[in-house]
Design a protein around this ligand. Sequence first.
Ligand code: ATP
Ligand code: MG
Length: 452
Amino acid sequence: MFRVPRIVKDFSSFFSEAGFQCYLVGGAVRDMLFGRKVQDFDIATDALPEDVIRVFRRVIPTGIKHGTVTVLFKETRFEVTTFRIDQDYQNGRRPDSVIFTPSIEEDLKRRDFTINAIAYDLHNHHLLDPHGGRKDLKAGIIRAIGDPLQRFREDGLRPIRACRFAAQFRFEIEEDTFTGISRSIDTVKMVSAERIRDELIRLLEAQTPSVGFSLLDGCGLLRLIIPELTACKNVEQGDLHQYDVYHHLLYACDAAPRDNLPVRLAALFHDLGKPETLNLSPDGEISFHRHEALSARLAGRILRRLRFSNQILKQVGHLVTQHMFHYEPQWTDAAVRRFVARVGEKNIPDILSLRRADQLAIVGKRFVSGSLLALEKRIEEVLAEDKALTLKDLAINGDDIIRELQIPRGPKVGIILNALLEGVLDDPSQNDRKTLLRIARKFYESRFADAH
Ligand code: ATP
Ligand code: MG
């Protein structure tokens, strides 16, 4: 019933040989019992971090203050934590000091939810489940261990984790646990942005993140973490739209590919600017002029606040900024090329995924827009022709212009190159050295003649 992977058995034998206990704990046990794919292995032991460092060759002191080290064993990562009792919670943050204990039972008590406090004894091959984790796992319940309010006041990340797990597994949050969450909002304020970000990332990897966001909203946490989202509630959009902006964003996020974090984030944020740009014309028509620019600014603000990487920030901002394209069959090849140039060839799959998610969240049922498919096909054709799309693809570069026109390096060179690209997007046959140099000279003489 409980099959331990070979690698974990091999790993645990090092502990028995050195005379230490060794338990598989946390997500791995839960996910194996649940029949899910196991992501990483958490190990609990009475060995101290320095013992672990002595036994294994490759050990990273990830959280040595809290008794955690990461062991790389045959290319697999093991998070090894010494049995501990947490102490001195500082304003709902992680404890400043911990006490190590020789007892796995004590260690299981400090864990967050019953389903996360099942341990598997890797030496004696049996499960330890003092908090009824298996029962809750079967029933689909997230339940805090001990007094929920006290446990949430110890660590304000736990309420967010509860919502994340509930969304990930489509579980219910047990009633007292949920009440405890609603009453610990102030503690969540103390949690570092990085820890919240990591939980949000896990939530965004769930099949339907909207479940988690709705729970976060229901207990008052969403307004704290991403108020820009709750501001979209009850903002109606007219037209075909079946949902207000808030629900549209949540469902677009669900519809975006779950293994693509930037697109999920872009879907969640793409219309954040709508509440502020809303305009109602005298004949009752609703519009949101240039909302994509404001949405991108707000998305940037949120992602910076939550300490997302610059790369994510840039990618999400770009996708949100570009999300308002309107393809028509009348688009010329030049228009398609210009679209590709503006979005960037490498971002095309993402912008199309975003649009698909956006469309799915309008009426709430699957429909594949013919015009999106047509645009995809046109882009493929244009790319297959391998015609110049960016400055890098031009048959000449800045040095050629400097040499040909005998001008110094400077902004004029860039202006000329961009003008050449514009021309090539319209007429790809211009993209050969001789033609471009000729056009460059003509452009230079007409535009900068008196500068000579
Ligand atoms: P995942 O599959 O997302 O890794 P996980 O349950 O393994 O889920 P981790 O963050 O890897 O989550 O934590 C490992 C274990 O450590 C948890 O199962 C839980 O027992 C304990 N734990 C983690 N964070 C907390 C916390 N904030 N408070 C109490 N216990 C925690
Ligand atoms: Mg884990």
